[in-house]
Design a protein around this ligand. Structure first.
Ligand SMILES: CC(C)(COP(=O)(O)OP(=O)(O)OC[C@H]1O[C@@H](n2cnc3c(N)ncnc32)[C@H](O)[C@@H]1OP(=O)(O)O)[C@@H](O)C(=O)NCCC(=O)NCCS
Length: 386
C-alpha cells in the first residue's frame, strides 16, 4: 500500500443556508479545496462523496454524477458513499484506499448535506432510517431517543450525570465560538443546558447536534505526489472501519460503541501510535453522551470516566486531550454526510498550525472518529504532520 496525504481542504460555513442549494455548497467547498491544493481540476482522477439522504431531504439522487457535472470533473468517476452520519468518514476512507492501492494518484473526497429545507419532524424521521427501520423507527424510536437509551445505561452503570453531559455541550460551544465555520458561535452554561427543552429524557435541546446545511472537501494524493503540491501535506497514517448490529437492542452493551473500539484499535496499530500519543481529536458528538462514549471507547479515558473527565475540563483546548476544537457536531453543526470530511478539514488546519483562535500547541498527531447510526458503523482516521 502507498502512503497517502491530504494536500488541500475547504468547507462552507455550517448552518442554515436558505439562499443556497446543495450544489452551491459542494461547489464552494470543492473550489476552496482545489485552490488550497494548488492544482487544476483535471489533475484529479476520481471522486468520492458522502451524502446520507439527499433523495429524501432535497429530492436529488445520483449525486456522484451531479457533483462531477457541476464541479466540471466529467468524465472522471465520482461515486456516492452512504453510511448514515459516517458517510463523510467512509468517503474519506474510499478515497484513501483508492490512492493507497495504486488505482489513482490524486482524488477528491467530499461530504455534503442540505437538511433545513424540511421541518424538524420530517428530518427526524429521515435520520431515523440510519437505525433499524422495522424494529426502531417504525415503532417511534428517533435518534435522540436511541441515544437517550445509551445515556440512561451509562448513567446507571457508571454514575454519569446530566451535568457531565451538559459539560460536553458547554465545552463544544466554547470551541465553536472560536470557529468562524461553526453553526453556533455562542457560549452557553451548564445551567442553560439543564434548563433547555427536553427532547428525549435525559437529552435536552442543548445535548443535541442541530440540523445543518454544509459541505466539506479534501484532496488526497500519494505522499510522493503530495510533496510536489503542498509544503504542508498531512499524512493519513491510518484508516479503519468497523460494523456492529444496526439495532441497538441487539448490542452486547449499550454503554459502549463496540465498532468504535474495534476501528480505533486497528487504526492505532496501523499508525503505530497509542491513545496517549494523540494531540487533538474530532469525535462524533451527535449527542453529548456520544462524546463521552467516544472518549472512552477511543481509549483517552477509562470506561465510565468520560463524563467526570468532561466535567473536570480535561477535554478543553488547553486540557489533557483537546476534543472537538471545531465545536464538534454539537456546535459546529452536523450536516450528516459532510461531518466526517469536516473533521479531516479541521484536523488538517490543526496539524498545519492554522486553526486560528483554537490552535492546539505543537499538534503533530490527530484522530478523527465518525459514527453511523447509533454505532452500526464507526470509522477512525489518524493523521500525522509530515
Ligand atoms: C434538537 C432538535 C429536535 C431541535 O429542533 P427544533 O425543536 O425544531 O428547534 P428549532 O429549529 O425550532 O430551533 C429553536 C431554537 O433552538 C436552536 N436550536 C435548535 N437546535 C439546537 C441544538 N441542537 N443546539 C442548540 N440550539 C439549537 C435554534 O437555533 C433556535 O434558536 P432561535 O430561536 O434563537 O433561532 C433538532 O435540532 C434535532 O433533531 N437534532 C438532532 C439531529 C439528529 O438527530 N442528528 C443525527 C444524529 S445521529
Amino acid at each position: 500500500m502507498r502512503k497517502v496525504a491530504i494536500i488541500g481542504v475547504g468547507m462552507t460555513k455550517f448552518g442554515e443556508h436558505w439562499e443556497r442549494g446543495y450544489r452551491d455548497l459542494v461547489i464552494e467547498a470543492g473550489v476552496k479545496a482545489i485552490e488550497d491544493a494548488g492544482l487544476q481540476g483535471n489533475e484529479i482522477s476520481a471522486g468520492y462523496v458522502g451524502s446520507m439522504a439527499s433523495g429524501s431531504l432535497i429530492g436529488q439522487e445520483h449525486v456522484g454524477a451531479l457533483i462531477a457535472d457541476q464541479m466540471g470533473l466529467n468524465p472522471i468517476p465520482v461515486t456516492r458513499v452512504e453510511a448514515a452520519c459516517a458517510s463523510g468518514g467512509v468517503a474519506l476512507r474510499q478515497g484513501y484506499l483508492a490512492v493507497a492501492s495504486g488505482a489513482h494518484d490524486i482524488v477528491v473526497v467530499g461530504g455534503v448535506e442540505k437538511m433545513n429545507d424540511l421541518d424538524t419532524n420530517t428530518v427526524s424521521e429521515i435520520l431515523g432510517g440510519a437505525g433499524d427501520e422495522e424494529w426502531e423507527l417504525f415503532l417511534g424510536a428517533t435518534f435522540p431517543g436511541l441515544y437517550a437509551l445509551m445515556a440512561k445505561r451509562h448513567m446507571h452503570e457508571y454514575g454519569t450525570t446530566e451535568e457531565m453531559m451538559a459539560a460536553v455541550a458547554v465545552k463544544n460551544h466554547e470551541h465553536g465560538s472560536r470557529n468562524p465555520y461553526a453553526q453556533f458561535q455562542n457560549k452557553i452554561t451548564i445551567d442553560m443546558v439543564m434548563k433547555s427543552k427536553m427532547v428525549a429524557d435525559p437529552l435536552k435541546v442543548f445535548d443535541c447536534s442541530p440540523i445543518t446545511d454544509g459541505a466539506a472537501v479534501a484532496i488526497l494524493a500519494t505522499l510522493d505526489v503530495a510533496k510536489k503540491y503542498s509544503s504542508q501535506p498531512i499524512e493519513i497514517a491510518a484508516s479503519a472501519q468497523a460494523s456492529d448490529t444496526i439495532a441497538l437492542h441487539s448490542r452486547e452493551k449499550l454503554s459502549e460503541v463496540k465498532a468504535t473500539k474495534i476501528a480505533a484499535q486497528k487504526a492505532y496499530e496501523m499508525a503505530g501510535v497509542k491513545p496517549k500519543d494523540i494531540d487533538v481529536a474530532e469525535v462524533h458528538d451527535c449527542f453529548t453522551i456520544g462524546e463521552i462514549l467516544a472518549i472512552e471507547d477511543l481509549g483517552f479515558f477509562k470506561k465510565g470516566e468520560g463524563g467526570k473527565a468532561s466535567l473536570e475540563g480535561k477535554t478543553y483546548l488547553n486540557g489533557e486531550i483537546p476534543i472537538n476544537t471545531s465545536g464538534g457536531l454539537k456546535a459546529a453543526g452536523h450536516p450528516v454526510g459532510a461531518t466526517g470530511i469536516k473533521q479531516a478539514v479541521e484536523l488538517t488546519w490543526q496539524l498545519r498550525g492554522k486553526a486560528e483562535g483554537r490552535q492546539v500547541d505543537d499538534a503533530e498527531i490527530a484522530l478523527a472518529h465518525n459514527v453511523g447510526g447509533s454505532g452500526a458503523t464507526a470509522v477512525v482516521h489518524i493523521f500525522k504532520k509530515v
